[in-house]
Design a protein around this ligand. Structure first.
Ligand code: NAP
Length: 239
């Protein structure tokens, strides 16, 4: 079997995804940098190639079935397998909010991107992941997806009521739990990783840099690990 590891990172043209792509490539992985918009993807690939990294672009809008199919076909033809899938692409909508007020269209779109589209990408990539020796699926989740923390008045996340975003990450965590079970007899691990509070375009502010936020997802993409976990930098996050 080809020992060279291949990774797909979705939504990797900026933010945490871009840094995940960079750190995976620095570790010697061939990185397929997923971006929904060609020019933004090109610019990101150019920047990483200028650092001498092995990165190639792949146009993939995770909400578009045709786009997922084309990306899957390209990876299959070129590599025949996928060792690492980082489901990073995600959105937040400012018109999301508490259940009594959130704009329903925003909730629908956030659920569609962060959960349903991520599930669709994962399904499409599964045959390629099965073709790798010990594949890793990393779902970039959020502590805001913890049902326990949402219901804990002492939690710092308690006041962050975004029914669409938080529910989308809770649903993503369900994907982690169920798929991990489904794949328990394979070498494939599936984990939900909370990157921390990262300063990106999605948040506008945060306490750590995208490079710092990328560290834990990269660790779970590269290392030996259990499957079916929900973790943040301090350890396990309650579901
Ligand atoms: P970001 O800088 O806004 O990056 C989001 C990325 O996702 C962009 O590349 C964006 O592409 C891409 N994307 C959005 N919709 C897409 C679609 N339909 N198809 C393909 N790509 C799509 O945000 P970020 O903070 O790095 O977020 C990355 C992930 O981390 C998200 O899943 C987010 O929920 C999660 N997260 C972030 C934080 C935080 O504090 N920042 C905390 C917990 C979890 P465009 O450039 O084309 O829009």
């Amino acid at each position: 079997m080809n020992e060279q590891r291949i990774a797909l990172v979705t939504g990797a043209n900026k933010g945490i995804g871009f840094e995940i792509a960079r750190q995976l490539a620095q570790a010697g992985v061939i990185v397929i940098l997923g971006a929904r918009e060609k020019e933004r993807g090109n610019a990101a690939v150019k920047a990483l190639k200028a650092e001498g990294l092995s990165v190639q672009q792949c146009e993939i809008d995770i909400t578009q079935e045709d786009s997922i199919a084309a990306a899957t076909s390209t990876i299959k033809t070129e590599f025949g397998k996928l060792d690492i899938l980082v489901n990073n692409a995600g959105i937040f909508d400012p018109t999301d909010g508490p259940p009594g007020k959130a704009a329903i269209d925003a909730v629908r779109q956030v659920m569609e991107t962060n959960f349903i589209a991520t599930l669709a990408v994962t399904q499409a990539m599964l045959p390629l992941l099965r073709a790798a020796a010990k594949a890793r699926i990393v779902n970039v989740s959020s502590s805001l997806g913890s049902l326990t923390l949402n219901g804990d008045p002492t939690s710092t996340y308690y006041s962050s009521q975004f029914i669409g975003y938080n529910a989308s990450k809770a649903a993503l965590n369900m994907l982690t739990v169920q798929l991990s079970e489904e794949l328990k007899d394979t070498g494939i691990t599936v984990n939900s990783i909370s990157p921390g509070f990262v300063k990106t375009d999605l948040t506008g502010y945060g306490t750590i840099t995208p490079a710092e936020g990328a560290e834990l997802p990269v660790q779970y993409a590269l290392g030996e690990t259990e499957s079916g976990l929900f973790v943040e930098s301090g350890g396990r996050t309650p579901w």
